[in-house]
Design a protein around this ligand. Sequence first.
Ligand code: PGA
Length: 254
Amino acid sequence: MADRKKVFAGNWKMNILPSEAADFVSRFCSLVGTPTDDSVILFPPAISLPAVNAALPASSGVTLGVQNVYWENEGAFTGEISVSMARDAGATSVLVGHSERRHIFGETTDETVQKVSAVLQGGLTAVLCVGEKIEARKQGRQNEVVADQLDPVLRRVDESSYSRLMIAYEPVWAIGTGETASPNDAAQMHGFIRDRIRERFAPATADQISILYGGSVKPDNAAELLSMENIDGVLVGGASLDPTTFSRICLSIA
Ligand code: PGA
């Protein structure tokens, strides 16, 4: 099995003011110390990126990302930000296709393909979010839904940029609901995702891509989820908004 480091990603969504960000960072960093090998990624609202970046101690082991980008580099696209803007403001990662983007803002799989492609071309890491709604899970169609979201992106990714691709499996019914996929159900889906990646890339390449789990991850369920095969990290929403709670998740397997 490939030696993949565990990743702890905090998605602040539309929470925490820019003026509150520095306090979060200093409290969080004093609790986690210096995490090794850039294992923690914070995704604040893009407008808070400079404040978070400025507050991070040198060699903090924390890297930053944005929650969304547009695929064009610049131009008349009111309200959007580009990959180069995110990079210039200190981001090294981008969430693409989060379920709230797909289901509240109508983002399509074609758009996620363009976004992942732009992110990788721009030299940043793309964290592609996939996951089924409850109806699909009840009908046993979860693999089909995830494959439909994943395969078009994998077809577009060049094998040379695989090292900057991560997948986050986030069942929509588990996001913000307090309901978590059982470790076995999550591991089953992660295994399925790994198999799809292996169909696209050479096995050694496929085995290096991290697959994160997201959906009501908390300090008391993180370690068990992370102990499962192919669960290489967690993408945390609600529980990442409090520095103490998020630090407990980040330290749960220390
Ligand atoms: P949650 O959100 O941890 O609040 O369920 C996860 C996410 O949407 O990334």
